[in-house]
Ligand binder design. Structure first.
Ligand SMILES: NC(=O)C1=CN([C@@H]2O[C@H](COP(=O)(O)OP(=O)(O)OC[C@H]3O[C@@H](n4cnc5c(N)ncnc54)[C@H](O)[C@@H]3O)[C@@H](O)[C@H]2O)C=CC1
Ligand SMILES: O=Cc1ccc(S(=O)(=O)O)cc1
Length: 476
């Protein structure tokens, strides 16, 4: 049994929930505690009580704790990667890579603890000086999705702790294993009781309590648009600081002058790897008319070479979809695309493997138009649609015609078009001849329009969310 971690104690929940392997639904990864609102309130109270000492305590102790967490994550990357692949369904190399990413994030923020700085300025008034410093926000509620079970928690928890905040962490119900393993490592890192708390359980009980509690000063959330809007309406309305990362409908433009084999690889990597379950996945392939047939043939040939199988089997390129609900959503959109007039040029079929799992072949919808639902709504599976463009200007217009603005890419050999695209694409992250998914851990991450609310995550920019600025005037 895997308990919650509250005020330094492993604490049984009010119920339990099994964690099921999507590659083999007969395999139960473990039983995990489920908290209710009252237990969540205990965790919030513990974080509140721990905050004053942690916020003002030794920064060397903080840096040491984060470095210890980083070192253990990196040392156990294969074991933890195996757990992650087993519970979420991304392939073993992808899962090990995600654990390494989590370790590097903790290492980065261990360094940031001792690199914090402020400003000392002259005042416009004689005899007065001004200091601008950053202080922690307080108690931070961290609510995470299932698609990056350890990296997303790491990139919220590490900066929260580094800048002196206390944390109540509520992971997604589908992937408690990686969250619990991370909590276990944090619990043994030397941080005081109450500074970090793990509360597993349903969004409507645990998550909602975090949103409503006036003892929670900030909420960092990644997940669906509907839940993100609820976070904003509830926590935002009561004045909590809110940071939301909510998906995308990321375009990849392929121009006639692109290196076509490279463009095919960039599209397939961005659209289908990690089973397409990435908020940065390329789900709109916007292709200039003259190269569209060759590009589609190239993508189909590459997809035909991919092995869809158990996430942990050697040679698997694409693991299963995360669960039955997500599989149903993917299939619904594939059928909808066909009803809207697209041709299903490849895949989109359930497949049987040696074990019962949620296996779907990567789907390519050709002949999409910008106004179709498959071209506007996030599907969150191994499904991409191809939209024809007349030229670069038309392609850019189509790419920007979206309620989202997270990541966007272009494949071109034209410096002129690449430069124009980087400036005029309305997205938080823009890529030239690089997949829309697959980002560094030390630079800002986030989007525009409906994709994101609040300051960027990651790198030094994380300080914007996890600290608050103070201006001090001193008469000498
Ligand atoms: N942008 C992204 O990275 C992600 C987007 N999604 C999208 O969301 C869809 C649904 O996936 P879900 O896992 O159901 O997403 P979700 O938004 O319901 O879940 C994300 C997190 O929010 C929590 N939550 C749910 N209801 C809550 C509430 N009332 N108050 C506070 N927290 C709450 C969940 O327990 C989970 O920890 C997917 O099909 C996909 O389209 C899902 C995962 C990640
Ligand atoms: O939110 C976490 C996250 C999102 C995207 C990626 S990547 O684009 O696949 O690198 C990694 C982590």
């Amino acid at each position: 049994m895997h308990h919650n971690f509250i005020n330094g104690q492993w604490t049984p929940g009010v119920g339990t929930r099994p964690n099921v392997n999507p590659s083999d639904t007969r395999d139960v990864v473990g039983e995990f505690a489920q908290a209710d609102a009252a237990q969540t309130a205990q965790a919030i109270a513990a974080a509140r009580a721990a905050f004053p000492a942690w916020a003002t305590g030794s920064i060397q102790a903080r840096a040491d704790a984060l470095e210890k967490i980083a070192a253990e994550l990196l040392a156990r990357k294969d074991e933890l990667g195996n757990l992650l692949a087993r519970e979420e369904g991304k392939t073993l190399p992808e899962a090990v890579g995600e654990v390494v990413r989590a370790g590097m994030i903790f290492r980065f923020f261990a360094g940031e603890v001792v690199r914090q700085c402020g400003e000392h300025l002259p005042s416009v008034r004689p005899g007065i000086t001004v200091d601008v410093t950053r202080e922690p926000v307080g108690v931070v509620g961290i609510i995470t999705p299932w698609n990056f079970p350890i990296a997303i928690p790491a990139w919220k928890i590490a900066p929260a702790l580094a800048y002196g905040n206390c944390v109540v962490f509520k992971p997604a119900e589908l992937v408690p294993g990686s969250a619990w393993a991370l909590a276990d490592i944090i619990a043994r890192s030397g941080i005081p009781p109450g500074v970090f708390n793990l509360v597993m359980g349903p969004g409507r009980a645990v998550g909602q309590t975090l949103l409503e509690s006036t003892d929670v000063n900030a909420i960092s959330f990644t997940g669906s648009i509907s839940t993100g809007q609820r976070v904003l309406a509830t926590a935002g309305l009561r004045g909590a600081k809110v940071q939301l990362e909510m998906g995308g409908k990321n375009p990849l433009i392929v121009l006639a002058d692109a290196d076509l084999p490279q463009a095919v690889e960039v599209a397939v990597q961005g659209s289908y790897f990690s089973t397409g379950q990435r908020c940065t996945a390329s789900s709109r392939l916007i292709v200039e008319r003259s190269v569209l047939p060759a590009f589609v043939d190239g993508v189909k040939a590459r997809l035909a070479s991919l092995k869809v199988d158990d996430a942990r089997a050697p040679g698997t390129d694409i693991g299963p979809v995360v669960d039955a609900d997500q599989l149903a959503q993917d299939e619904l959109y594939i059928a909808l695309g066909q009803q809207e007039g697209c041709e299903l040029a490849f895949g989109g079929q359930r497949v049987e493997r040696s074990a019962p799992g949620f296996y779907l072949t990567p789907a390519l919808l050709v002949g999409a138009r910008a106004d179709m639902r498959v071209a506007r709504e996030e599907i969150f599976g191994p499904v991409a649609c191809v939209i024809q463009a007349d030229d670069y200007e038309h392609a850019l217009h189509l790419a920007n015609d979206s309620p989202f603005g997270l990541s966007a890419g272009i494949c071109t050999t034209s410096l002129k078009h690449a430069t124009h695209f980087k400036r005029h694409m309305q997205a938080g992250m823009v890529m030239v001849n690089v997949a829309t998914a697959g980002v560094d851990y030390h630079v800002p991450f986030g989007g525009r329009k409906g994709s994101s609310v609040g300051p960027r995550e990651q790198g030094r920019y994380a300080a914007e969310f996890f600290t608050t600025v103070k201006t001090a005037y001193t008469q000498s």
